[in-house]
Design a protein around this ligand. Structure first.
Ligand SMILES: Nc1ncnc2c1ncn2[C@@H]1O[C@H](COP(=O)(O)OS(=O)(=O)O)[C@@H](OP(=O)(O)O)[C@H]1O
Length: 277
């Protein structure tokens, strides 16, 4: 049957969400709804119905997990309205990456992929695009040399603020914060953390993930799922060198937010190095 999700992966964009959802989809006890969109422009009842229809068929023993790409987007308000209609005690998983690297990754993604000519992503381009300049440095700093915190690519990295509504809506013990930086270097421990959090049987094995020298990332190698292997070319792009001047400005900008997040969630310094800097 199709069931509404009891677990939501809420992002954050460019932190490894696609890889995480694809790897979790390998688990036999997970029925994954990839990037299920919540329709923002419909009455609540219709939104709920459409959302339900987007869910995968799930066995009774499976947990329905929905990746919800709206941690920051306009649909987040609708998400909180829908929450009371979801199964009780929903769980939230969020994967976070050093916000500076995340911003560079997002900038690259928008400039390479979301050209105005591709109508599907036109809105995102225009939201940021009027402001996106030729280099990352020119984009993220204002004329006065301050970090331009009106840009989405900057605001998305203020995790302590972005997560606040979720913290208020879901009980703290039902929120799992994962490190995208750590996950990309070694996926297995992170996947085991998710298994434990969702109370699933142990499925993932060491040899299910093999490091690919050419890509510089792990690729999946699960015998029963040859359809999941390395991520597409759009994941794991080489980042441009960013001047130390701009890196320092960004680190200074994010420092207090990062520290707050690290303290509030008691994040491990080994996995979330950037919360310590
Ligand atoms: N195994 C593996 N293969 C390739 N890439 C990997 C992998 N694990 C994590 N990552 C990191 O995922 C980053 C992209 O994040 P997202 O999937 O969240 O991007 S998106 O928001 O869905 O576009 C991507 O960011 P960039 O390196 O900036 O491209 C990767 O660092």
């Amino acid at each position: 049957m199709k069931r509404l999700p009891s677990v939501f992966i809420i992002g954050v964009k460019k932190s490894g969400t696609t890889t995480l959802t694809k790897y979790l989809d390998l688990h036999q006890q997970i029925a994954m709804a990839f990037k299920a969109q919540i329709m923002n422009n419909l009455p609540l009842g219709n939104v709920l119905h459409k959302y339900h229809m987007m869910m995968p068929y799930a066995e009774p023993a499976q947990v329905v997990v929905a990746s919800f790409p709206g941690y920051y987007g306009r649909t987040r308000h609708k998400f909180f309205k829908l929450l009371p209609f979801m199964p009780k005690n929903p769980k939230v998983i969020v994967i976070l990456r050093d916000p500076v690297a995340r911003a560079v990754s997002d900038y690259l993604h928008i400039t390479l992929m979301h050209k105005p000519s591709t109508s599907s992503n036109r809105s995102e381009w225009y939201r940021e695009g009027n402001i996106l300049r030729s280099t990352f440095e020119e984009t993220v700093l204002t004329h006065n040399g301050k970090v331009n915190d009106t840009l989405d690519i900057i605001r998305l990295g203020i995790y302590s603020e972005g997560l606040q509504d979720f913290i208020n809506a879901v009980s703290r013990k039902n929120i799992l914060i994962l490190s995208g930086d750590y996950f990309s270097k070694n996926p297995l421990p992170t996947l085991r953390k998710v298994e434990k959090f969702l109370e699933l049987k142990s499925f993932y094995k060491e040899d299910y993930f093999q490091y690919n020298e050419e890509k510089g990332f792990y690729c999946a190698a699960v015998p029963s799922r040859p359809d999941v292997s390395c991520m597409s070319e759009q994941k794991g792009r080489t980042h441009p060198n960013i001047s130390n001047f701009v890196l320092t400005k960004l680190r200074d900008f994010y420092r207090s937010y990062n520290l707050r997040l690290g303290k509030e969630f008691e994040l491990s310094p080994a996995e979330f190095e950037w919360t310590q800097q």
